[in-house]
Design a protein around this ligand. Structure first.
Ligand code: GTP
Ligand code: MG
Length: 352
């Protein structure tokens, strides 16, 4: 799962990227045109450590997501679908970074977010409209085109012309299937980061203004952090970082919160497996059923699926193992269609 970090020029995208990824990409350099930084980030999860300790695991395997740091939208290409690099279309979610540290910027964060969103709407519209024209031409020539696709594309064009991002509209599963291949940017879940100056919190009014704006959508989380401080923090080793946080009475770095929010925004939850070799946190989409969760581990486990034995990982550790959980009637046997819950520890029974 990938999240693309985007923003207007000099918003602090690369700084935020360095902070979440512990990376050291050059900041303030106005990037190389077209240069994209990528990094895989482990999802912090205290439950994995607890499980690993209990299982005496040699290794912990975290759930991961990938962040991509993009250059700003191309100004010269305004009005084309290539304002953003194609790699952004391959991301499952988008993080928009807004410069709130420079007091000389007069447009409000909301206005700048709308500018950025405007670019996304436009590039989606160009793609959708091209397709609409093509399908209408086919119809005019008497070709029996795909009616369902035409209707879905027409709906998209209408929404975009009304400047409505697709993620705020309702689509049926059938429509989504028709639209999947277009990878529309405004369809992707969005997360907003206000990048604030050192020592200043985000202005609550700015956050609220974005949160309640109907063109952004109520589902869009808005968080704030100071990119510079977070980047320095990410550069410290673990004990120094903990000491730093304790000094300031902070229990969690803002980037940790951002990573957690990213994970949630992608609609991911975690289930666990564990043994002496390793304890493993597995990311899956919320709503995934047991048999498909099994497939994440191995196709054989999916194919030969019999039952899943399930218990919350905390209960497993607290009661001291699966046998004790069975005895206390805390472990459940679930079938293929069981919707896996966040924090489930699962033993798959399978036969191949
Ligand atoms: N004071 C302050 N400056 C920041 C902060 N975050 C970024 N900057 C500065 O803003 C400038 C741009 O930072 P980058 O992270 O390179 O911004 P960017 O959005 O990646 O820039 P481009 O990729 O060129 O569009 C640098 O000089 C940073 O030091 C912050 O939290 N506080
Ligand atoms: Mg940059």
């Amino acid at each position: 799962m990938r999240l693309g970090i985007i923003g207007l020029p000099q918003a602090g995208k690369t700084t935020v990227f360095n902070a979440v990824a512990g990376a050291r990409a050059t900041v303030g350099g106005f990037g190389q045109p077209g240069e994209i930084h990528r990094a895989i980030v482990k999802i912090p999860d205290h439950r994995l450590a607890i499980l690993g300790e209990f299982m005496k695991s040699k290794k912990l395997v975290h759930a991961e997501i990938e962040y991509l740091d993009f250059p700003p939208p191309l100004k010269t290409d305004r009005g084309s679908e290539n304002v953003f690099p194609p790699a952004l279309r391959e991301c499952e979610g988008i993080v928009a970074v807004l410069n709130c540290f420079d007091p000389l910027i007069s447009r409000s964060p909301l206005e700048r977010l709308k500018d950025l969103q405007g670019e996304m709407l436009l590039s989606d519209l160009i793609i959708a409209d091209k397709r609409r024209v093509r399908l209408e031409k086919d119809q005019a020539r008497g070709l029996k085109g795909n009616v369902a696709e035409y209707q879905a594309v027409k709906k998209v064009v209408d929404l975009l012309e009304a400047e409505k991002p697709l993620r705020t509209a309702d689509f049926s599963e059938a429509e989504k299937l028709q639209l999947r291949g277009f990878a529309f940017l405004s369809f992707k879940p969005l997360l907003v980061v206000l990048n604030t100056a050192e020592g200043s919190e985000a202005v609550t009014a700015q956050v609220t203004e974005i949160t309640i704006d109907p063109t952004i959508g109520a589902d869009t989380p808005v968080t704030s952090l100071c990119g510079n401080i977070e980047m320095e923090l990410a550069d410290l080793d673990k004990s120094d970082r903990e000491a730093f946080l304790a000094d300031f009475g902070i229990d969690e770095a803002a980037t940790t919160k951002l990573i957690r929010l990213s994970y949630e925004r992608l609609d991911l939850i975690t289930f666990f497996t564990g043994a002496e070799i390793d304890s493993h946190a597995w990311p899956i989409r919320r709503g995934t059923v047991a048999v498909n969760a099994a497939g994440e581990i191995h196709q054989d486990i999916k194919r030969g699926f019999i039952r899943a034995e399930v218990v919350p990982v905390e209960t497993l550790v607290e009661l001291g193992g699966m046998a004790a959980c069975r005895k206390a009637a805390k472990a459940r046997l679930e079938g293929k269609e069981y919707q896996v819950a966040d924090g489930d520890y699962i033993l798959f029974r399978f036969n191949v």
